[in-house]
Design a protein around this ligand. Structure first.
Ligand code: TYD
Length: 140
C-alpha cells in the first residue's frame, strides 16, 4: 500500500451559535496524531507553488481557515490527486511520504498547518527524483 491511499479530507466539528462559529481540532480524535507544531502560510500570490516536498516522518493536517488554496498530492508513481481547501472546518490529512504542492492561493488565504513533529529539516525530501527513488525502493 502507498501512503497516498491514507490522504483524506477531514470534517472538523463546528459548534456554531448566534455569536458565530467555533471549529474544534482536538489531537487524537479530530486530528489523527498528537500535534507538536503549528504554522500558517499567508500572503502567497496565486502563481506561487509551495511545499514541493515529502516528509519521511511528519504527518500534517492543512486547513484554509480563511480563503482558499489547492493541494496536489503525488505518489511518485505517476498518480496525483488535487484537493481544494476552501472552508474553515474542512482539512486535508497528509501522511508521511507523500509529495505535496500547495498553490492557487486566494489573496485572503490563511493556510493553517498542524504537524505531528517538531521541525527537522533532515526529514524533508525536497528533490522529486530522490522521492521517486525512495518510493521505488520501498516497494521492492
Ligand atoms: P518551507 O518548508 O520551504 O515551506 P513550504 O513547505 O510552505 O514551501 O519552509 C520555509 C522556511 O521556513 C524554510 O527555511 C524552513 C523554515 N521552517 C521552519 O523553520 N519551521 C517550520 O516548522 C517550517 C514549516 C518551516
Amino acid at each position: 500500500m502507498h501512503n497516498i491511499d491514507l490522504v483524506r479530507m477531514l470534517e472538523l466539528p463546528e459548534r456554531g451559535d448566534e455569536r458565530g462559529n467555533l471549529v474544534i481540532a482536538e489531537a487524537g480524535s479530530d486530528i489523527p496524531f498528537d500535534i507538536k507544531r503549528v504554522f500558517y502560510i499567508y500572503g502567497s500570490d496565486r502563481d506561487v507553488i509551495r511545499g514541493c516536498h515529502a516528509n519521511r516522518v511528519s504527518e500534517f493536517v492543512l486547513i484554509n481557515v480563511a480563503g482558499s488554496s489547492k493541494v496536489k498530492v503525488l505518489d511518485g508513481e505517476g498518480n496525483e490527486i488535487i484537493y481544494s481547501l476552501n472552508r474553515p472546518k474542512t482539512g486535508i490529512y497528509l501522511p508521511s511520504m507523500v509529495w505535496k504542492e500547495m498553490y492557487d492561493f486566494s489573496e485572503d488565504s490563511v493556510l493553517l498547518c498542524l504537524a505531528s513533529t517538531h521541525y527537522d529539516e533532515s526529514e524533508y525530501v525536497r528533490d522529486i527524483e530522490e522521492y521517486k527513488k525512495i518510493v521505488r525502493e520501498s516497494a521492492k
